[in-house]
Design a protein around this ligand. Structure first.
Ligand SMILES: [Zn+2]
Length: 257
């Protein structure tokens, strides 16, 4: 790529990522509460004042207002600018890794969806269908358009990605009489299979399980869990999916269908 075009494109990617991150904040707050993401416009949860457009600039407004509402001075969570900043950085990293391509478009949208799913699962222990189903469609459409995987890989990915958690749920229910995973995990893993293919999906599943085990043990050592504490598996799936898309792993070349 042209030496001048590349920095310009990355600056553009950071700006788009920050604006999308701002929208993801709305999604993360409203979707689990069953509210519309377009109406009404954002307002302060404390005093109800509409957020002025110039107080709604990603990251910068929070810094200028020093994390407080302009009208009533109520604190605004640091989570908002953090989500915007992380989304901006991840968007630029994906664009620099994949360049201008269908794969880049597919990867970037999937990362945005994963940020939303990971944070909603962390807070509410749900993975909403309104995000997981479109993610499956994204993987199928991407594979047909020459994106991250082939149509065959995407199809097998859906079957394997959805099949493994269903088997885990059935086994867990039979052995321990409880649900080890939710059906949100089934749909999200099917989407991961559609977007990343069979081997990508298996890698993500293994890494997410290891992350979950490490966090579970960590919580037990810290005296905050007893081994039966429900952990947000979707959050670990989201982290592993984003790592898989960003880091060039030899695993990518192992098996291609
Ligand atoms: Zn206020």
């Amino acid at each position: 790529m042209d030496v001048w075009l590349q920095p310009l494109m990355l600056i553009y990617a950071v700006c788009v990522g920050a604006v999308v991150g701002s929208f993801l904040n709305v999604v993360i707050y409203r979707v689990p509460r069953g509210e519309s993401v377009v109406k009404p416009r954002s307002h302060c949860p404390n005093c109800g004042h509409l957020i002025r457009w110039y107080d709604n600039i990603p990251v910068l407004s929070w810094l200028i207002l020093r994390g407080r509402c302009r009208d009533c001075g109520a604190p605004i969570s640091v989570r908002y600018p953090v989500v915007e900043l992380v989304t901006a950085i991840l968007t630029a990293l994906i664009v620099s890794r994949y360049g201008l391509s269908v794969a880049m478009g597919e990867a970037v949208v999937f990362v945005w969806m994963s940020i939303a799913l990971g944070l909603i699962d962390l807070e509410h222990q749900i993975l909403p269908d309104v995000i997981t189903y479109p993610a499956v469609v994204l993987g199928i459409a991407g594979s047909l358009a020459g994106g991250l995987t082939t149509p065959l890989e995407a199809g097998l990915g859906i079957v394997v990605g959805g099949g493994i958690p269903i088997a885990v749920i059935v086994l867990y229910k039979a052995v321990r009489g409880i649900e080890g995973m939710g059906f949100g995990d089934v749909k999200y893993l099917a989407a991961i299979g559609a977007v990343l293919g069979v081997m990508g999906c298996l890698w993500v599943l293994i890494v997410a399980a290891i992350l979950g085990a490490l966090v579970g043990v960590g919580l037990m050592i810290a005296g905050r869990g007893d081994g039966r504490t429900a952990l947000p598996f979707g959050t670990f799936l989201a982290v592993a999916s984003i790592v898989y898309l960003l880091v060039p792993l030899p695993w990518h070349q192992l098996f291609r269908f």
